[in-house]
Design a binder for this molecule. Structure first.
Ligand SMILES: O=C(O)CCC(=O)C(=O)O
Ligand SMILES: [Fe+2]
Length: 321
């Protein structure tokens, strides 16, 4: 999926033809963050990735950075070439950083989750939250697919939607993410050539959106200020979350959050019975099968287990069997 050099703005996944005999350079489409949801979805379908500009207002950007800074400064660097020996990764951001919460539930991103993930699940969930700080001297991260978190087992289904919110400017020199537009359809063992890889160069406040199947990786940092990218990702509700949200945001904290956030963390059933639990109480002292929301909101939630709607979703298969 290639296109001649030059910045593409405001285009919705046009066909890209190489002039005969000329090598073309890969490029990412930029759209304004308030572009119509179907225009954003069209680019995502075509390229597997795009940048939404001006997604965070400057005052909110400053508040986010101030809130995250003490955690980021205290985070040790990674231990290998993948996590990055000049990179820090700071998690549990729903619990630790209230300013991140509106980004997790951002309506444009949720609309994209509905578009990309809903066809293959009853409910999608938050997969991980991670502030990735890349510092001077960090080499490029190996190009990879984020869906490999589940190994190479899943075939023929897109399991994941990802965002990296730029909290500082992303430049070619300071580690802007490497992205291979259109690579979402490639076989796992195809390796991108140089001209197929572009960089997510964007201003602070923009957000890179990409699917779990797109080849990408952190960029090399050749000097200057640290690069801060806020990685917030989502996955099909029937898959294990990469960051264990029940431990990173346990019930005592989750209880204080709005319900849409609780649901995204996983304190909602993923289907008719998916994710139910039984409070481990003495005989007769508690309910048996309850949804995880029972741990946050108590008695009234017990009825949410096994709803008619969720039963209907598997009804056709039951009838067929
Ligand atoms: O920090 C980045 O730009 C990308 C990081 C990444 O792809 C990862 O850690 O999986
Ligand atoms: Fe990645």
């Amino acid at each position: 999926m290639l296109r001649p050099m030059g910045r593409r703005r405001g285009t919705a996944g046009p066909e890209r033809q190489s002039p005969a005999g000329k090598e073309t350079m890969a490029e990412l489409t930029h759209l304004p963050a308030d572009a119509p949801a179907d225009a954003i979805a069209a680019v995502l379908d075509h390229d597997g990735a795009l940048i939404l500009d001006d997604a965070i207002a400057p005052d909110r950007l400053a508040a986010l950075k101030a809130e995250l800074a003490p955690y980021v400064e205290a985070t040790p660097v990674g231990r290998d070439g993948f996590t990055g020996v000049r990179t820090t990764r700071t998690g549990a951001l729903v619990a630790r950083a209230p300013a991140c919460r509106p980004l997790v539930t951002h309506p444009q991103i949720q609309a994209l989750c509905a578009h990309l993930l809903k066809p293959n699940c009853e409910r999608w969930r938050l997969h991980l939250t991670q502030l990735i700080r890349i510092m001077a001297g960090q080499d490029a991260q190996p190009i990879h697919r984020d869906r490999w978190a589940w190994g190479a087992h899943l075939k023929g289904v897109e399991p994941q939607l990802n965002t990296i919110w730029a909290l500082t400017d992303f430049t070619a020199a300071n580690g802007a993410t490497q992205v291979v537009p259109g690579s979402q359809t490639w076989p796992d063992d195809r390796r991108p050539q140089g001209h197929e890889i572009t960089r997510a160069v964007m201003q602070a406040g923009s957000v890179l959106v990409y699917t779990g199947s797109v080849f990408h990786g952190g960029g090399a940092h050749r000097g200057g200020e640290d690069r801060w990218g806020l990685n917030i990702t989502y996955a099909l509700g029937w898959l294990r979350q990469e960051e264990n949200q029940y431990l990173s945001c346990p019930p005592d904290i989750a209880r204080t959050l709005p319900q849409d956030l609780q649901d995204l963390l996983g304190y909602a059933l993923g289907g008719y019975a998916l994710g139910y639990y039984t409070p481990p109480l003495p005989p007769g002292e508690g309910p048996e099968m309850v949804p995880p929301s029972y741990a946050l909101r108590g008695e009234g939630e017990a009825a949410a287990f096994g709803t008619a709607e969720d039963l209907a979703a598997i009804g056709a298969q039951l009838r067929g069997g």
